[in-house]
Every structure is written in C-alpha cells, then in structure tokens.
Design a protein around this ligand. Structure first.
Ligand code: ADP
Ligand code: MG
Length: 313
C-alpha cells in the first residue's frame, strides 16, 4: 500500500478505537489464518465472582472464608480479588453494623479481621501458599495441591468436577496438610464473544482458545463461545509456544490477550492484539491495541487491513 493508504487505514482504525502500530502489522493482519484468544479477561469479562463456597470439614464458613481471604489478600490475581471480595461481603453480612465500611470496597476494611500471614508465595498458574498460625495454607488448583504432596478426597474431587462442568473454576483450599474446602468462581463471557467467533469463521479465520485454567472449565467455556480448538493448563510461559506451534506451517497467527501472562505470546504472534483494558506490558508487546475492550474490534482490525490491501492489488 502507498504511505497514504496506510495513513488512511491508521486513521480509520483510530476512529474505531483500533490503534495500529505500524504498516507491517497492518499488512500482516489481512493474512491472519488463526486467531488465538486468551480466555480470562479476553473472551471473558475478567470479573471473577465467587458463586459457591463449601467446607468439607468441621469448620464454619466464616472461619473458612477468613482463612482463605487471609491467604489471598497479598495476591494480585483476579481470582484472589474475587475471593477477598466474597469474604468481605460475608464478613459484613454477619455484622450488619459494619455495612457502612463495606461500601469503601477495600481490603483495608477487612484487614483487621484477617489472620497474620507469613512466608507468602504466589505461584503463577497455580495459586498461593503461606503459613497462618504456624500451619501451612495452600489455595489453588489441583496441580498445586498434588505438588504440595496432598491427596484430593473423592467428595472434593466430585464437587470440583461439578463446578468445572458448569464453566466455573474450582479453587481448592488446604489447611495443615489436608483439604478443607472448595470455592467456585464464575467469569462470564463478554457479550459479543460468541458472535465474534462466528464472524471470524465466516471470514475463513480459525479460532483457538488458550488458558492457564483447567481442561474441563476451558472446554465448557469454549463450547459456550463456539471455539473447537482449546489449549488448557498452559503455564504462563507456555502461551508463546502455543502461538509458535500454529506458525510452524507458515500460517499467519494473531494472538488476542490482556494480561502480563500474555505479553510473550503477543510478541511471538505475527499480529499481537492487546485488549485496551489490559496491562501496560501487554499493550507494549502488541502490534494492535483494541481500546474499547470489545472483541468486535478483532474483526474491524482484519477488515481494515483487507480493504486497504485489496484496493491496491
Ligand atoms: P489464565 O491463563 O486463565 O489467566 P493463570 O495462568 O493466571 O490463568 O492461572 C491458572 C490457574 O491457576 C487458575 O485458573 C487457578 O486455578 C490457579 N491460580 C492462579 N493464581 C491463583 C490464586 N491467586 N488463587 C487461586 N488459584 C490461582
Ligand atoms: Mg487474561
């Protein structure tokens, strides 16, 4: 395309909240064969909410939530925030006189209720680990529990499976080296997600979903959104390898993501598209920034490129 055509396309993009970082990315977008979507925060709203909490031992729910929220309070993960928020609601529900404080919507407002925590570690793609009252607390996925040398009782496993089959993520909680409870977290799809996946299909573009979440939840979410090709339980560093595996036969691959975890994959892709509400580091690694946080702009981006380069053929 002529420099003028590129300028026009960039302008059209900008008017639609699609920032295009350079003519090369603009040109590659017309040839995209695969669009790989991150799940959490990209296909989904990224607003995790706890929908269920079940205790499997003789501990009351309030104490259970206090323990879990204490362990998660130092984590920046969206799942951790959802858990702390849930515990906070529960705490203030039990003590209605404190409801005014709850409106401040901050973890400070329950910090006095939380336990002191030592040896806190966040384990990317797994969960968190710490000590409370001299006992080890482990909160995260199955992998983390088994790696920590604990068994998952059948009733707990069955409950987690039930959550996962309804597209929720099961978070397992262990205290003093045994499983004590499970939380179910839901993160709804973005409203436009399924329509966009269908639209890409009609344009001859194949769609893939990649996630650090477990296979069963991933498949349930993929089914809802209409994506057949799923890669789950991918460790944070592994998303870029997934991108490369699709590039092997020379296919042009786009990656759409929002998180810190996604930036190596955004950089590895032929066309990296960062969702505008995402983290700065993702935005930096991307060729396109979709400012409106709307997946329809993936289609807009490809359309602009196709139209720009069709004209001059
Ligand atoms: P995604 O690719 O969906 O953004 P992550 O790689 O961040 O996922 O996390 C993968 C999985 O690790 C989560 O689905 C969850 O099971 C577990 N996990 C990660 N961080 C936490 C946490 N702070 N608390 C509980 N579980 C966590
Ligand atoms: Mg994400």
């Amino acid at each position: 395309a002529t420099p003028t055509a590129v300028m026009v396309a960039t302008g059209v993009g900008a008017n639609n909240g699609v920032l295009i970082k350079g003519g090369d990315a603009l040109e590659r977008a017309q040839k995209i064969k695969y669009v790989i979507f991150d799940k959490t925060g990209t296909l989904t709203q990224g607003k995790a909410t706890v929908t269920t909490a079940r205790v499997f031992v003789g501990m009351d729910l309030g104490e259970f939530l206090r323990l879990v929220a204490s362990a998660e309070a130092s984590s920046e993960h969206p799942l951790a925030k959802a858990i702390v928020e849930y515990a906070r609601h529960f705490h203030f529900f039990d003590e209605p006189s404190a409801i005014k404080d709850a409106e401040n919507n901050s973890k400070e407002s329950i910090s006095g209720w939380l336990f002191d925590v030592s040896e806190f570690y966040a384990l990317p793609g797994r969960g968190v680990h710490c000590f409370i009252n001299g006992k080890r607390v482990v909160v995260g996925n199955r992998k983390l529990i088994t790696e920590s040398g604990m068994a998952i009782p059948t009733d707990v496993e069955n409950f987690v499976v039930e959550l996962e089959e309804s597209a929720r993520t099961g978070i397992l909680v262990a205290y003093d080296n045994s499983l004590i409870g499970v939380l179910g977290v839901a993160d709804p799809l973005k409203r436009e997600a399924a329509v966009v996946v269908e639209g890409l299909g009609k344009m001859g573009v194949r769609t893939v979903m990649v996630t650090g979440d477990n296979w069963r939840t991933a498949r349930a979410v993929a089914k809802e959104v209409g994506i057949q090709d799923v890669r789950a339980e991918v460790m944070p560093a592994g998303k870029a390898d997934v991108v490369r595996s699709f590039q092997k036969d020379g296919s042009i691959v786009a990656m759409v993501g929002d998180g810190i975890n996604d930036s190596p994959a955004l950089a590895a892709a032929d066309v990296g598209m960062a969702i505008g509400a995402g983290t700065d580091i993702a935005i930096e690694a991307a060729d396109y920034v979709l400012m409106r946080n709307n997946l329809e702009d993936v289609i807009t981006a490809i359309d602009i490129s196709r139209k720009t380069f069709a004209r001059i053929r």
